[in-house]
Ligand binder design. Structure first.
Ligand code: LIP
Length: 268
C-alpha cells in the first residue's frame, strides 16, 4: 500500500522532534562558537551533518520513492514528492549553545509546499502544517496577528553576508521610519514560524535559501499570512528575497527596498 500524505505529515512531525533530540545531544556548551565556517558568518557544526544524515536515512526507509534535498548535502534523491531539510536552522546560535535554533522539514509536490514541520527542542516547541489542514503549535491552532498599524508592529529582518550591508541598512531604515520595532534572531525558519503564530507581524530577508523557508511556506499559508512568491524567478535553486506578514500590514509593507510585494499567497 502506498504511503499517504497523512503518513508523511505524521513522519515529518515525529522526525523533526527526534532530530531535535539528536541536535540537543550534540549542542555545544555556551561560549565561543564550536563550528567551522562555510563562508563569511555562515557556520556549520558536526550536528548539521549528523542530523541531515539521520533524516535522509529515515525518510529513505519510510518513503523510498520520494526525493531528498538537504542544506549540507544538496539533492541526493529525486521524486515527484520531495523532502527539503534544514538540519539546523540558526546554526550561529546553536554553535554557541544558544536556544534559538530548529530542525526544519518540508515535503513538496514539485514546487508546491504540502507539509512543513519545524521543531525547536531547546524551546520545547514544534510547529507544523499541511495543505488544507491548518497550522499548529504544540497541538494548538495558530493564526497570524491582527495588527494593522506599522507603528504597533514587530518585524524580524534576517541577515547574512549574502546581501550587501548597505541594502540591509536601507531596508531596516525604511521599516524603522514607519515606527516598527525590529528583531534579528538568526533563524529564518523560526522567524517565519513566529509570523504564523502571531508573535511577529512580519519577517523579511533580502536573500534566503529554499531549505530555510520550505517548511514555513505551508505553515504561513495555513495560518493566513500574506507571503511573497518565493518560488518565482528560480527561487528554488538560487534562493530569493522574501517577505511574509500579517494580512493587515501587506499594503503598508509593499514596496520596501529590495523586497517583492507581499501580495502573493503562497504557491497554489
Ligand atoms: C540561517 C537562515 C537565516 C539567515 C541566517 C542563516 P542557517 O540559516 O535561516 O535566514 O538570516 O544568517 O543563514 O545557516 O542557520 O541554517
Amino acid at each position: 500500500m502506498t504511503a499517504s500524505i497523512q503518513d508523511r505529515v505524521d513522519a515529518a512531525i515525529d522526525l523533526a522532534e527526534r532530530a531535535g533530540e539528536l541536535a540537543m545531544e550534540m549542542r555545544p556548551p555556551s561560549g565561543s562558537a564550536q563550528a567551522s565556517l562555510k563562508g563569511p558568518q555562515d557556520w556549520v557544526t558536526e550536528a548539521d551533518g549528523a542530523v541531515e544524515r539521520f533524516l535522509s536515512g529515515e525518510l529513505a526507509a519510510a518513503f523510498p520513492a520520494d526525493g531528498f534535498q538537504g542544506e549540507e548535502g544538496g539533492i541526493t534523491r529525486t521524486g515527484r514528492l520531495r523532502w527539503i531539510v534544514d538540519p539546523i536552522d540558526g546554526t550561529a546560535n546553536f554553535a554557541r549553545g544558544g536556544a534559538r535554533f530548529c530542525v526544519s522539514i518540508a515535503c513538496f509536490d514539485g514546487d508546491l509546499p504540502l507539509i512543513g514541520a519545524i521543531a525547536a527542542p531547546a524551546l520545547r516547541e514544534t510547529v507544523w502544517a499541511w495543505r488544507g489542514g491548518g497550522a499548529w503549535l504544540n497541538g494548538e491552532a495558530i493564526r497570524t496577528a491582527e495588527t494593522r498599524d506599522p507603528a504597533q508592529a514587530i518585524m524580524e529582518v534576517g541577515w547574512s553576508r549574502r546581501s550587501p550591508d548597505a541594502d540591509y541598512l536601507k531596508l531596516c531604515g525604511h521599516i524603522l521610519a514607519g515606527g516598527t520595532s525590529l528583531r534579528q534572531g538568526g533563524s529564518g525558519a523560526l522567524g517565519l514560524a513566529d509570523v504564523a503564530a502571531g508573535r511577529l507581524d512580519g519577517y523579511a530577508e533580502l536573500h534566503i535559501n529554499l531549505w530555510d523557508v520550505a517548511a514555513a511556506l505551508v505553515i504561513l499559508r495555513e495560518a493566513g499570512a500574506i507571503v511573497s512568491d518565493f518560488m518565482a524567478g528560480g527561487g528554488a535553486t538560487a534562493g530569493n528575497a522574501l517577505i511574509a506578514c500579517a494580512p493587515g500590514l501587506a499594503d503598508a509593507w509593499s514596496g520596501l527596498p529590495g523586497l517583492p510585494r507581499p501580495g502573493a499567497i503562497v504557491a497554489g
